[in-house]
Design a protein around this ligand. Structure first.
Ligand SMILES: Nc1ncnc2c1ncn2[C@@H]1O[C@H](COP(=O)(O)OP(=O)(O)O)[C@@H](O)[C@H]1O
Ligand code: SF4
Ligand SMILES: [Mg+2]
Length: 354
C-alpha cells in the first residue's frame, strides 16, 4: 500500500530540520531570555501525494506546534517546510496566499473551532472570502450546499448554528470548510480525539472516502496509536519534540523497535481476548518531561526501562539501527534508539517487562 501510493513520485511536502523554540523570559521591563521551551527540536519527514502520514505521541510532544508551523501560522526557529520544492516559511503576500489554499487544517475541538455566531453556511463558505476565485459570489450558496452533502450533512441545514449539531456533525462542518478550496493537503490535528468512540470511526471513514475521492494527502495527528492504524500508510512517532521511530504501518504496529513505540502500543486496547495471549506487557510510567528541560542524550531515557549510561551521554540519531540494516525484515526502518530491539507482540498490562 505504501509503495503503491508513494511510487516514484516526488513528495508534496518535505519537512527538513524543523525547530520551534519558545523563549522563556524573565523581567517585565527588560525581558531577558532565561531559557527556551523546545517544543519541536529537529523534525524531518516527507508527505507524498494522496497518502496519510500519522504523527503520534503523548500530549505535549510538539504535534500541534508542528501543525501550526506547517500551516505557516507561526514561523519556525529554524528548518524548512518545502511545498513542491518551495520553502513556504519564507513566502509572504500573494505567493503565500496561493500556497495556503492548497494546505488546509482540521482542528481537534469541533466545539471551540467553529464560531458560534456564524451559520453553518457562513462557516463553510468563509474561505471563499479570501479566495473568491474558487467560488464566485453567485455560485457560493450552491457550492456550500454541495460541500455539506459531500461530508454527509443535510444541505438544508445551511442556516443553522453550530450549537444545533452534535460533536460528530460539527467535525463534519469543520471538514467541509477544510475542503472548500480544493486543497491537496489537509493537516488534521487530532480530528477525532474530542469525539465519542462510536463517532470516531464514522468520521475517520468519511475522511478516508474524501481522500480517495479528492486525492488528498493527510498529516493525521493523534495522541495514541489506536485510531491512526485505520487510516495511515506511514506513521511517525514523536517524543519531546523529535521523531523517534518511523515506518510503514505494519513496521510500526507489528515490528516496533523503539521502546517508546512499544510502550504506546501496549496502551492500545486488544478487542479480541484470544489475541492477547503471549503478548508482552509494558507500562509507561511518569509524565513526559518538560520541553524546557530536555534530558541529555536520549530524551526518553528518564522513562525507559532499558536505559544504560550510553543513553545519557549520546543522543541516538533517527536511522535504521545497525542490527537491522539490509536485513530485508520489517524491523528495517528508522528508530532512534542505541539498543533498538524488535518486539513483536505487545499487550496492555500493569507490569513492566525487562
Ligand atoms: N506559544 C507557546 N509558548 C510557550 N510554550 C508553548 C507554546 N505553544 C506550545 N508550547 C509548549 O510546547 C510544548 C508542545 O506543545 P504542543 O505542540 O501543543 O504539543 P501536543 O500538540 O503534542 O500536545 C508544550 O510543552 C507546550 O506547553
Ligand atoms: S537510547 Fe537508551 S534510553 Fe533511549 S530508548 Fe533506547 S534504550 Fe531507551
Ligand atoms: Mg496538540
Amino acid at each position: 500500500m505504501t509503495t503503491d501510493r508513494r511510487g516514484a513520485r516526488e513528495p508534496i511536502l518535505q519537512v527538513k530540520g524543523l525547530v520551534k523554540h519558545f523563549p522563556l523570559t524573565r523581567g517585565v521591563l527588560f525581558r531577558k531570555q532565561v531559557g527556551a521551551v523546545r517544543a519541536v527540536d529537529g523534525v524531518d519527514f516527507d508527505l507524498y501525494p494522496g497518502e496519510t502520514l500519522g504523527v503520534v505521541g503523548e500530549s505535549g510532544c510538539g504535534k500541534s506546534t508542528v501543525a501550526r508551523v506547517l500551516m505557516n501560522l507561526e514561523p519556525p526557529t529554524s528548518g524548512r517546510v518545502l511545498y513542491k520544492g518551495e520553502d513556504i516559511t519564507r513566502l509572504s503576500g500573494p505567493a503565500l496566499k496561493a500556497v495556503r489554499r492548497n494546505i488546509q487544517m482540521v482542528f481537534q475541538d469541533p466545539y471551540t473551532s467553529l464560531n458560534p455566531r456564524m451559520t453553518v453556511g457562513d462557516i463553510v463558505g468563509e474561505p471563499f472570502d479570501i479566495h473568491p476565485e474558487v467560488a464566485p459570489r453567485g455560485d457560493r450558496r450552491r457550492r456550500v450546499r454541495e460541500l455539506l452533502d459531500v461530508v454527509g450533512l443535510n444541505p438544508e441545514y445551511v442556516n443553522r448554528y453550530p450549537h444545533q449539531f452534535s460533536g460528530g456533525q460539527r467535525q463534519r462542518i469543520g471538514i467541509a470548510r477544510g475542503l472548500a478550496l480544493n486543497p491537496e493537503i489537509i493537516i488534521c490535528d487530532e480530528p477525532v480525539s474530542a469525539l465519542d468512540v462510536s463517532v470516531q470511526a464514522q468520521v475517520v471513514n468519511l475522511m478516508e472516502r474524501l481522500q480517495r475521492e479528492f486525492g488528498l494527502a493527510y498529516v493525521f495527528i493523534a495522541h495514541d496509536l489506536s485510531i491512526v492504524r485505520h487510516i495511515c500508510d506511514r506513521v511517525a512517532v514523536m517524543y519531546l519534540g523529535r521523531i523517534v521511530e518511523t515506518g510503514g504501518d505494519a513496521q510500526i504496529y507489528e515490528h516496533p523497535t523503539h521502546p517508546y513505540t512499544q510502550a504506546l502500543l501496549s496502551a492500545v486496547p486488544v478487542p479480541d481476548p484470544d489475541a492477547r495471549g503471549g503478548r508482552d506487557r509494558i507500562l509507561l510510567t511518569g509524565d513526559v518531561p518538560s520541553p524546557a528541560a530536555v534530558p541529555s542524550g536520549c530524551r526518553f531515557r528518564t522513562r525507559c526501562w532499558k536505559a544504560e549510561p550510553r543513553c545519557e551521554e549520546r543522543m541516538p540519531e533517527l536511522a535504521v539501527p545497525r542490527a537491522f540494516r539490509d536485513s530485508g525484515t520489517p524491523a528495517e526502518h528508522p528508530s532512534a534508539c542505541h539498543f533498538a530491539q524488535e518486539r513483536v507482540r505487545v499487550l496492555p498490562g500493569e507490569e513492566p517487562v525487562n
